[in-house]
Design a protein around this ligand. Sequence first.
Ligand SMILES: C[S@@+](CC[C@H](N)C(=O)[O-])C[C@H]1O[C@@H](n2cnc3c(N)ncnc32)[C@H](O)[C@@H]1O
Length: 296
Amino acid sequence: MRTEDDWSERLTHSGEEAPRRFAALSALFDPGTIRHLLQCGVARGWRCLEVGGGGGSIATWLCDRVGVDGEVVVTDVDTRFLDTLSHPALDVRRHDAGRDPLPDRPFDLIHTRLVLNHLPERDSILEKLAGVLKPGGWLVVEEFDSESAPPDPAAYPGEVLLKTYAAIPRALACRGVDRRYGRLLFGRFRELGLASVGAEARTFMVHGGSPGSALVRATCERLRQDMIDAGEVSDQEFDDDMARLGDPDFLMPSAALWAVWGRRPLSPEFTRVECESHEAVSHQPSAISHQPSAES
Ligand SMILES: C[S@@+](CC[C@H](N)C(=O)[O-])C[C@H]1O[C@@H](n2cnc3c(N)ncnc32)[C@H](O)[C@@H]1O
């Protein structure tokens, strides 16, 4: 059970850095996300759900895509940025994905990015999301695997494992964050009985002064006091590491962002045993026959 003091509460947008963090997320990841959503065939008239919509860039894109005949329900525990958006298809809801019931009218497409790994209820949320898909509807979830590609100074001298970065795993584990959740998603989708399950990871080099380093910095700064209190870094070491993140020679591989997609089987009896082989990745536009059903 979460407490008011835990990480998911602080994951919300308190702090002046929030617009910069959302801008960095959008710049780094929206193009890949949009590619995956297009491959699901999202089109005019679809009813979509975006969970933990943050700055709203993907919800905005979805609204333009589904048009006035469609609907985009976008949720967040903190809707202050979403409330500034305006589109006839948009329905902004303050909603805690771990605690509040989901809308019961089903969706053609559900997407969430970088939300579930922070929430201890992540697996049960996934199950609930799968449960509010229309038959044939798509679930697309994107989460980090932050553990698989550490910096390697043998590859390039500017690749340095910052002491502050090395302190992140413990600080996040204490808060119930699963830094590998992206890596586990494919298996979870299969266990849920979703069909046409597929996955792709995106990773890139974070270099000093880039949107990627701004994102790393934002994470470190949220954990600063905890790391210092735990004796893992001193104030001076923390500040030196943050300065390195601005150094053009600094390099580190990004966390891998896994995008995993799957669809609710078309047959009315959606059960956990109906899982298809992922080799038939019908995630390609040509293979999609997923149109909004009469429920739209
Ligand atoms: C790392 S940001 C990601 C934002 C956006 N999905 C993106 O990728 O640009 C995490 C978002 O999850 C939201 N969030 C945190 N806990 C949540 C919860 N329990 N239910 C719904 N949203 C939550 C935060 O407010 C924040 O907007």
